[in-house]
Structures are given as structure tokens and as C-alpha cells.
Design a protein around this ligand. Structure first.
Ligand code: ZN
Length: 294
């Protein structure tokens, strides 16, 4: 089970309806009438995959479900089945309730990410990031699978932090999660900071916490500068991550959404692809790379 301290950023704004998503027809670039539901079919390179020089990728939980990490907001998601778990991931509760912290550490010990392996979609994005195409992978996930698949760490922007590190809420000291988990196994149910005695937590963004300084700004810059924003496996309901779609389209980029379920941004997308992520993303990356070489 995922640890309460390791959940993605939630979302006061999770259910907020985004601005009306009508087609932006003026320049003819973004439409959603005919093309919005057009799936990519073999042998046909869509226009948005041509001549891509800079791509920004936004990934959500859906890209990691093939790696065995639950999608918290999907039909079988943890929060869907157990809304109380959402409360356990609230910063103020974590800071004031030692029992919540003990449960959080126990959950971190058995988090599925420790045994998860990157899947075909993670690897396909790593190929893009290793190409001449300027690639920035912005992720809502905390599992580190993009880096493990081979995407250079400098090209991954972790909006909600990482579960691979621990930070002290008192002095800000940052260390590897593995060391803290060793202490839990050795009998410390809620290990304090070795430097100042403060409360430790995973280096993730909990409910009630702001994003880490500068992280969203980097993501927004990548979205504003790209030719193509690929939004993969995200419900696009958690802010400010979802707003990257608007930033990209308003700057003139194509928006392609790969997600099983509808999102609030489907109407603004150049294409919406419902195929399984593990199949669709390698195809898309292959087409972008092939067009780039041509
Ligand atoms: Zn400390």
C-alpha cells in the first residue's frame, strides 16, 4: 500500500472545473471537432508529430500503473476506495499526530515503488530525452521511474517531489529515504532528524503544502517553449499541473492527451488518444523521432 506521506499532491482544486474549453478556431491551429478523438493509427504520422523541436511531457499516475503502482484517482484508486487515506496525507495531520507518522513510515516500507520497474512508456520517453529533440519530462509522480528508465535527471521536473528522499521539517536537511527506512526497520517507528531532532517526512508534496520553490516555474517555462505538450496518464484535474496545458496551447503548442478517461482539456487538444499508454507512448515517441530524422 502506498504511504500516506507518499501520495501525490491533492487537490483542493481537484474537482474545480477549469475554464470553458471551447475550440480556439481563430488561427485554425487548435480545433477539437474532427480531430479530437482521432487516434494515431499505424503508418500515418500526424501533423503534430512532424518537425517537433521541443517537447514537454506531463505525466500522471496513469503512466506508472503498468509498473504496478496504483492510480490514486482511477476507478480502483486508493482514494476512491478509501477517502480517509486522503486525510492521512495532509501535512498538518502528519505534523501533529505521531500515530499518523508511524503509519506513514510503515506504508513507506512496503510502497510498491520499491519493487516497480519502468515500463515501455517510461522507456520511450527516455529515448526522446536522449535524442536531439529538446525534451522536458514534467511529472506528478514521485516514484523516480522516469530517471530509472534513463531520462537524465536534469530533464525531469518532479512537481510533487520524490519519495526517494527524506526532508526534515525543522532544519530542511535532505537525505536518502533508504537510510530512514533502515532506521524504521531497526526499531525507530518515527525516526527524528539526526541533526536537529525534527520531524522527518518524504520529500513529497502533501495536501496543505505548497510546491517546492521554483519547480512550477521550470515546468511553466518548458510548457511555454515547447512545440508539443504530451499529457500522459493524468486526469488533468490537479492544479497547478493541469494549467500547463493552457500555458502550452496559449503559447502556440499542440496539445496531445493520452489518457484512458476524458479530461477537462480534451476540447483544447489537437488529439486525444485513448489507447493503452504502454502502446500509445512508444508509438508517439517513435513517430516524433522518425519525423525528426526525416
Ligand atoms: Zn532537522
Amino acid at each position: 500500500m502506498p504511504g500516506p506521506g507518499d501520495l501525490p499532491r491533492p487537490a483542493d482544486a481537484a474537482t474545480r472545473r477549469l475554464h470553458p474549453l471551447t475550440a480556439h478556431g481563430e488561427d485554425g491551429r487548435v480545433t477539437h471537432d474532427g480531430r479530437a478523438d482521432a487516434a494515431v493509427t499505424p503508418g500515418e504520422a500526424p501533423e503534430w508529430a512532424q518537425e517537433v523541436r521541443a517537447v514537454a511531457v506531463l505525466t500522471g499516475a496513469g503512466i506508472s500503473t503498468d509498473s504496478g503502482i496504483p492510480d490514486f484517482r482511477g476507478p480502483l484508486g486508493l482514494w476512491t476506495r478509501n477517502p480517509a487515506a486522503e486525510r492521512l496525507s495532509t501535512y498538518q495531520v502528519y505534523m501533529t499526530d505521531p500515530e499518523v507518522r508511524r503509519r506513514a513510515w510503515q506504508s513507506r516500507l512496503v510502497h510498491p515503488a520499491w519493487t516497480a520497474e519502468p515500463n515501455a512508456a517510461h522507456r520511450a520517453l527516455a529515448r526522446l530525452a536522449g535524442s536531439a529533440i529538446d525534451t522536458q519530462v514534467i511529472t506528478q509522480n514521485i516514484d523516480g521511474l522516469h530517471q530509472r528508465a534513463g531520462t537524465p535527471p536534469g530533464r525531469v521536473i518532479e512537481l510533487h517531489g520524490t519519495m526517494l528522499d527524506v526532508v526534515c521539517t525543522g532544519c530542511g536537511d535532505r537525505t536518502a529515504m533508504a537510510g530512514a527506512l533502515d532506521r524504521v526497520r531497526a526499531g525507530e517507528p518515527d525516526p527524528p532528524c539526526p541533526r536537529c531532532g525534527g520531524i522527518l517526512k518524504s520529500a513529497t508534496v502533501m495536501f496543505g503544502q505548497a510546491l517546492f520553490p521554483g519547480v512550477f516555474e521550470r515546468a511553466a517555462l518548458a510548457a511555454a517553449r515547447c512545440d508539443l505538450l504530451l499529457a500522459i496518464g493524468s486526469t488533468l484535474t490537479v492544479q497547478p499541473a493541469a494549467s500547463l496545458c493552457s500555458i502550452a496551447t496559449e503559447a502556440g503548442a499542440a496539445l496531445v492527451i493520452v489518457n484512458r478517461d476524458p479530461t477537462p482539456y480534451d476540447g483544447a487538444a489537437t488529439a486525444v488518444i485513448r489507447d493503452p499508454i504502454g502502446e500509445a507512448v512508444p508509438q508517439i515517441a517513435g513517430r516524433i523521432l522518425a519525423a525528426g530524422r526525416g
